[in-house]
Every structure is written in C-alpha cells, then in structure tokens.
Ligand binder design. Structure first.
Ligand code: AMP
Ligand code: MG
Length: 288
C-alpha cells in the first residue's frame, strides 16, 4: 500500500529509516551531537516542531476516533535513556502536543515490593494503553536488562533469559494491535555532566536531581554494554529500535515526533464513517 509522504523538506532522510538500529551498529560509535537526516538548523526547529506537533495531534485524534467505532489498535512509545537524556522533555514537548484524553503515560522506577513479587512484565502489562490511545513508557521493561544487569540485581541466568521473553512479549503486543515505537536516547558523558550541573545550579531543577545519577554515570561503561545487548538482541522486525542522538534537544524532539507520525500514518486510518444518517439528522436538527 502506498502512503503519501508528507515529510518536511528539511529532512534529507526519513528518520524512520535512517535512525533504525541495524545489526552491527555499535553504541560506542554513536555521535550523540549529530543530527542525522536533518538538513535544517536549530533556528528552523521551533516553527517545524510546531507544525509537526499539529500533524501529530491530528493523527492521534484519528486513532482515538477510530477506537470509538471498534478499532482496537494503539501505539506504544517506549523511551529508554540515561538520566538527562531528555525523556521528560519528550513527554512534555512531543507527547504534550497530543490530547491527554488519548494518552496513557507511565514512568517506571525501582519496583515496589508488590511488583517484585511478580514476574518483571506484570507491572508492564498493567500499564499498556487501551484501544485508541498512545501509551508512553518513560523507562520500561528494558530496565530489567539494563540497571538490573549492571547492578546484578538478579542472577545472570535470570536477566539473560529476559531478552527472549521480551521479544516474545512484544510479538504478542504487536499481534494484539500495538504499534511499538522503541526509542533509545543517547547523550554524551560531557553533555550529561553539563545537564547534571545545571540541575545543581537551578532551584527549579533540584527536583530532577538524584545523587544516584552520578553513581549511574560512573557505571556508563557497563551501561554501554547493556545497551548494546538490548539493541543487538531485541531490535526485531516487528519491534525495531530507533537510536536517537540527544545532545541537541531540538533535534531529538523533532526526530521522535517524526517517528510517532510515521507510526500513526502506518495505521492507514481514515475518519470513521457516521453510524447515523447524516441527512436525516440535519433535517431533525433544523426542526429541533
Ligand atoms: P527516574 O526515571 O529518574 O525517575 O529514575 C527511576 C529509577 O528507577 C532509575 O534509576 C531506574 O533505573 C530505576 N528503575 C526502573 N526500573 C527498574 C527496575 N526494574 N529495577 C530496578 N530499578 C529500576
Ligand atoms: Mg532521574
């Protein structure tokens, strides 16, 4: 089925194709300050972001509208990245363009005692978006092979089995009408330090700062390995990973907006037809 591309000319390459993780790609080689596929400049970003946010909003409304007439499909955006990568900014500035009525947002922190008593996917399943919604996972089941692996929170055979379990789980989601948009957000150590320093300078940012962020930062070599394993083992045809350089927030926001737009366009939706007689209703209204 052919889809008309409405990708703005400022993109030289479709982010949907260009940012997709390819077997053999190395996390260590990611240029986190690059703006792959974008030929515009930072100065072009505000206007373009505003335009594309409107487009995203329209598509989201269509998804929601179709669910009211029985379409059970949904989109799930999974955001993974180290602290300061900009996950919160994506939620605020990209997802924020959508109508909250059709968004289901969940952030995943350290599991509660109750959650730990269940399989690692238990809390994930509970947070899945209903029909017609865009679900947003701010961190996700991938923490169970990232922080859990880096800190040896469970034995290696337990986390080691999770890659296959995650692939099977995501297969089940896709078969159930979920379009997954998995985004791995990477920031350089230098830019991370700058952002953490800013959090320590500004009282309005203290709330985002956690002393443990520095401990995790020092463990980056282990995280890099863990991220590499995630990308190598769970970037599947049904649920590929997109790798987004995040040193420039304006770029990561534009790119992730396009990934969401592309996912929604891929659903080939039209506005649901009326389940009433329009002409008859007009006549009734005229006399009402
Ligand atoms: P934040 O996203 O900054 O609020 O931090 C949430 C913290 O919870 C991060 O350090 C995550 O790595 C941690 N976290 C999330 N999921 C898990 C998990 N399954 N096991 C252990 N820690 C987790
Ligand atoms: Mg944090």
């Amino acid at each position: 089925m052919s889809r008309e591309s409405d990708l703005p000319a400022l993109w030289s390459h479709d982010p949907h194709v260009h940012l997709r993780f390819r077997p053999g790609d190395k996390v260590a080689d990611i240029d986190t300050s690059a703006t792959p596929g974008f030929r515009g400049a930072k100065a072009d970003a505000p206007v373009l972001q505003a335009e594309r946010s409107v487009r995203l909003g329209e598509l989201q409304e269509k998804l929601y509208a179709n669910s009211r007439s029985g379409d059970s499909r949904k989109v799930l955006l999974i955001l993974q990245g180290m602290d300061t990568a900009g996950k919160g900014g994506i939620v605020k500035h990209v997802v924020g363009a959508a109508n909250p009525q059709g968004v289901k947002y969940t952030s995943f922190g350290a599991p509660t005692e109750e959650e730990l008593a269940h399989d690692f996917l238990w809390r994930i399943r509970k947070a899945l978006p209903p029909a017609g919604h865009i679900g947003v996972f701010d961190r996700s089941h991938y923490e169970d092979v990232l922080i859990v692996r880096v800190h040896d929170l469970v034995p290696p055979d337990v986390w080691g089995a999770r890659y296959d379990q995650i692939n099977a789980f995501e297969r089940e989601l896709v078969d159930g009408g979920v379009t997954l948009v998995k985004v791995a957000m990477f920031v350089s150590l230098q830019e991370q330090k700058r952002r953490l320093a800013e959090r320590l300078e500004r009282p309005d940012k203290y709330w985002k700062y956690n002393p443990a962020d520095i401990d995790e930062r020092l463990l980056w070599p282990k995280y890099e390995q863990a991220y590499q394993a995630v990308l190598d083992r769970t970037s599947t045809d049904h649920a590929p990973w997109y790798v987004v350089p995040c040193d420039r927030k304006w770029y990561s926001r534009l790119a992730i907006t396009e990934l969401l737009i592309e996912a929604l366009k891929g659903l080939n939706m039209s506005w649901p037809p009326p389940d009433f007689d329009v002409k008859a209703e007009k006549a009734r209204l005229a006399n009402a």
